[in-house]
Design a protein. Structure first.
Length: 273
């Protein structure tokens, strides 16, 4: 069998694995192990192939987080010694990431071009599906789609929709289930808004990168103003009450300043007499 055919067969075999089995295979390969069913010169190209690279990268990142699972504490070993033993293991896993990240970045770059070419309605549908955690259209992986949306080519367009989503969440959310209570609806809307706000923060990096490349200084968001706007949308009566209290406090502080100034002027006049 030709090398290309062997690699293709290995890609097919690995694609059919469960997430845990695939992650175990990736870790074994990175640590220098040899799979009896595929030699390293076949398994390596398969794991780095664009068809598997997003899954390989996700497996590597997950393995770093689950290092203790792959390196359980040994009998008589202290947690400190276990941590010291795990550190070089994690570094080995991290060292394997850059070549795979390069492949995934290339995939995201090409996918960003596809997203940028969509008409407005189609783009809104794709971004809304991403926010609602709907499956990415095959063969795109969720990881690649996320990177593509956050790229400078697409981020500004997605950020504009985020603003609309925060102002009119019901316009983008699925129809409420029958009989949904007011509290349940509020929790569902709050969850939607939190996801939008989280993604909007990530989009900022793509927007700022684009601004910097055009020679413009990226602007910092007015966090206080954004918070007040959201507070006003969700709790308008409470916000107005706080504003009235704050205005009253400002008036009282201003009056106190005037009283102090008058007292100083009187004391100065009396001293001059």
């Amino acid at each position: 069998m030709a090398d290309a055919q062997r690699v293709a067969a290995e890609i097919k075999r690995l694609s059919q694995m469960s997430e845990d089995a695939f992650m175990g295979t990736v870790v074994e390969y990175v640590m220098g192990g040899t799979d009896k069913r595929a030699p390293r010169e076949v398994q390596g190209p398969a794991l780095h192939d664009p068809r598997l690279a997003p899954r390989t990268l996700e497996a590597l990142k997950t393995a770093v987080r689950r290092a203790k699972f792959f390196n359980p504490i040994q009998e008589g070993e202290s947690k400190k010694r276990q941590k010291a033993r795990i550190a070089p293991w994690q570094e080995t896993i991290k060292t394997a990431m850059p070549p795979v990240e390069d492949v995934v970045d290339d995939l995201a770059h090409e996918h960003a071009k596809e997203l940028a070419a969509l008409d407005d309605d189609s783009f809104v549908d794709r971004w809304t599906g991403f926010i609602l955690d709907e499956p990415a259209p095959a063969p795109t992986s969720p990881w690649v789609e996320a990177l593509a949306f956050r790229s400078p080519r697409v981020a500004v367009r997605a950020a504009d929709i985020c603003r609309q989503m925060l102002e009119e969440p019901a316009r983008f959310m699925p129809e409420p289930p029958p009989g949904e209570s007011g509290n349940a609806q509020e929790r569902r809307i709050d969850g939607f808004r939190r996801r939008v706000e989280s993604e909007a923060r990530l989009l900022r990096y793509g927007v700022q990168y684009g601004e910097a490349r055009e020679g413009r200084m990226p602007s910092e968001p007015n966090v206080r103003l954004q918070a007040l706007k959201l507070l006003g949308e969700r709790y308008p009566e409470e916000l107005m009450k706080l504003l009235r209290q704050e205005r009253g406090g400002e008036l009282e502080r201003a009056a106190e300043v005037r009283r102090q100034r008058r007292a100083l002027r009187r004391a100065a006049r009396q001293g001059a007499q």
